[in-house]
Write a protein that binds this ligand. Structure first.
Ligand code: AMP
Length: 661
């Protein structure tokens, strides 16, 4: 037993040292092969002696059990934010403020790493807890995820009894690029930037996922320590280096001029760092002087963060291409001459929409200024008009969808331009998922994954194809089997009898959700009748406005919609509605219900009023026609009285409807 412990300790010591040399010093001494072999040896010994497994063992870095939520951690020393400065004037003003109270002024300057702040806590040299910054006072306990970060030492030698350090967690640019490549392959949404990727990874409830993301951590402060006391921050950071932390570069300068020079140099060189740098932090070096200056509730008075503007470069627009998204929106993209920008080679830039292009008058052949500010795809900032080629023409999005040829239409309430094709292949996946959703045809078992398999197998090209599927083919799909295929076909068969209101909702006509679909089905009774309705006729229906009416008429006029309807009719779908037409007795009247009614629930009274063409509102105004007051009616009744709104008893309401015996 003793022997096993000694063996385990020796292996841990060696592996931790290799780890430090590899991840902190960037100077590997052991080969991956040797590392993996020793790790295996340690794993085997620990398996034989589970009582000897300690949290600081390198075997514990692969990620433990997933949890359901993070616990809160109240920071003993708050993790403050930093006051930003954007120009030389603001930096000088800071220097002057500092010099008013501090006697000897020396500054430490550090790169501002664009990641997430964390506090790491050590007890007798062992990493015991790590937390996110949160709001600076209270963060989240992400200890298990931080254990997977190889540059965070799990065990310190010669450390004080208690030590809390603060650092920045990040994903290196190189890792980030690989991570996004992999996500693209797997069809997962891409991370916008390394910072978002790091944030998402650190807040993973499953540490095994966090482990795969390969986070890194760089330390920039001692929050709390009962170890040696230091006069300056730079000495404290040097000390952390001896404890084998990866520590932020921290040169010290005597004058503001030197600091400014360093800031400019860092700005030029920041592409060469492995992590994103969004600024430079300037801090007073003397710790006693820091005490004297103190902090506001949010920022220390002894430090500022210089923010770099995003890098910009000129390049040429070679072409403008248009993509059609899953929701049918046409998105223009500029294909540009390749240019290096913020560490990556840029070959295209987003143009957002027609308004953006028109606003900046971006044309094919133009020289434009591009910048990257936190997103993957760069932005076009402006056009260099002096370099515009003769004969260039303003750019307009195509009038028909580049994928299916259906006319495009601009959203009445926004800048988006959409394809109107009900059978457009670009929108198929989303159209089918919507078609099957609960408010629409409610086809249980036809979620996004099954839709994807059906589409990828080429079995379904329009929603009508769903009704031509046969059980044998479906059973052969990924993740399906005979039983689930049979179930799906049964549900599909049953859905043919759905009320027209569900089918109308399933069409995905813009502005027509489940509520409008119900109103329309109730009013027109059949699809054929609705298809004949003119815009004027539609606008006379309650709840249907001019924009919705126009959208409906256009949708039915579209050849792709007509083709879809024809195929659905052939498949035998029900085009009729059994939704009852509302009565007219209470047409044009608005009711407010208050208090407890004797003969029915409030919800029943509401239904009754609506069935008779009336409306029910939640609050009393001058426009309220009647307030129906039951037992123990409250403020609504008083308000009705003060506004002179007529008040009905329950019996009087029923009288109005001739429902009393
Ligand atoms: P901001 O988020 O713009 O308020 O800037 C403050 C944040 O900068 C802190 O919460 C830290 O997460 C981060 N930061 C990155 N590098 C450093 C550094 N060297 N010194 C202090 N803070 C830093």
């Amino acid at each position: 037993m003793k022997e096993a412990k000694a063996q385990i300790d020796a292996l841990k010591e060696e592996l931790n040292r290799w780890n430090y040399q590899y991840y902190v010093l960037d100077a590997p001494v052991a080969t991956d092969y040797d590392y993996d072999r020793k790790l295996r040896e340690l794993e085997q010994l620990e398996a034989e002696h589970p009582e000897l497994v300690t949290p600081d063992s390198p075997t514990q870095r692969v990620g433990g059990e997933a949890i359901s939520a993070f616990a809160e951690v109240t920071h003993e020393v708050p993790l403050l934010s930093l006051q930003d400065v954007f120009d030389g004037g603001e930096l000088t003003a800071f220097d002057q403020r500092v010099r008013e109270s501090a006697e000897t002024v020396r500054y430490v300057a550090e790169p501002k790493v664009d990641g997430l702040s964390v506090a790491l806590e050590y007890l007798d040299g062992v990493f015991v807890r790590g937390a996110t910054r949160g709001d600076g006072q209270v963060g989240e306990d992400v200890t298990e995820n931080l254990r997977t970060v190889r540059s965070i030492p799990m065990k310190l030698t010669g450390a004080p009894h208690r030590l809390i350090v603060r650092g920045e967690c990040y994903i290196s640019r190189e890792r980030f690029a690989k991570l996004n490549d992999q996500r693209e392959l797997e069809g997962e949404p891409l991370f916008a930037n390394p910072r978002n990727a790091a944030a998402g990874s650190l807040r993973q409830l499953d540490p095994k996922i966090a482990a795969k993301r390969m986070l890194d951590c760089i330390i920039f402060n001692i929050q709390l320590s009962d170890g040696p006391a230091f006069e300056t921050d730079s000495q404290a950071l040097d000390y952390l280096e001896t404890l084998q932390f990866r520590v932020i570069p921290h040169p010290v300068f005597e004058t503001l001029g030197e600091v400014s020079q360093w800031i400019s140099a860092l700005g030029e060189e920041r592409e060469r760092y492995p992590f994103d740098i969004d600024g430079a932090v300037v801090k007073l070096d003397s710790l006693p002087e820091r005490e004297l200056l103190g902090s506001t509730a949010k920022f220390p008075r002894w430090a500022v963060a210089w923010k770099y503007p995003p890098e910009q470069k000129p390049t040429k627009v070679l072409d403008i291409v248009v993509q059609v998204g899953r929701t049918g929106v046409l998105t223009p993209k500029a294909v540009v001459e390749p240019v290096r920008l913020a560490g990556t080679t840029v070959t295209n830039a987003t143009l957002h929409n027609q308004d953006f292009i028109t606003d900046k008058d971006i044309r094919i052949g133009d020289t434009v200024i591009v910048q990257k500010a936190g997103e993957i795809i760069p932005q076009v900032v402006s056009v260099e008009l002096s370099k515009r080629q003769e004969g260039s023409k303003p750019y307009f999005l195509p009038a028909v969808c580049p994928v299916c040829g259906a006319p495009v239409e601009r959203d009445p309430d926004g800048a988006a331009v959409r394809c109107t094709g009900a059978e457009c292949p670009a929108q198929l996946m989303r159209n089918l998922t919507h078609f099957a959703s609960r408010d629409a045809m409610d086809i249980e078992g036809l979620g996004p994954a099954v839709v994807e398999s059906l589409v990828n197998a080429g079995l379904v090209k329009t929603p009508a194809d769903l009704y031509r599927l046969d059980a044998k083919t479906v059973a052969e799909l990924d993740r399906m089997g005979e039983k689930s295929a049979e179930n799906l076909l049964n549900v599909l068969e049953k859905s043919k009898q759905n009320d027209l209101s569900k089918l109308l909702c399933a069409f995905g006509i813009r502005q027509v959700g489940s509520k409008a679909a119900k109103v329309l089905a109730r009013q027109f009774g059949s699809l054929d009748r609705l298809m004949e309705a003119t815009e004027e006729e539609l606008t006379t229906v309650d709840d249907i406005g001019a924009i919705t009416a126009q959208s409906i008429v256009r949708w039915f006029a579209n050849p792709q919609s007509q083709h879809l309807i024809k195929s659905l009719r052939e498949a035998g779908l029900n085009f009729q509605s059994t939704e009852e037409k509302p009565g007219e007795k209470l047409k044009g009247l608005t009711f407010v219900l208050t208090g407890t009614l004797a003969q029915m629930k409030r919800s029943e009274a509401k239904k009754l009023i609506e069935q008779n063409g009336g409306k029910v509102s939640g609050s009393v105004s001058k426009k309220t026609s009647y307030v129906v007051a039951g037992e123990a009616a409250g403020s609504k009744l008083t308000k009705a009285q003060s506004l002179g709104v007529p008040i009905l008893t329950e019996g009087e309401l029923l009288n109005l409807l001739n429902l009393t015996d």
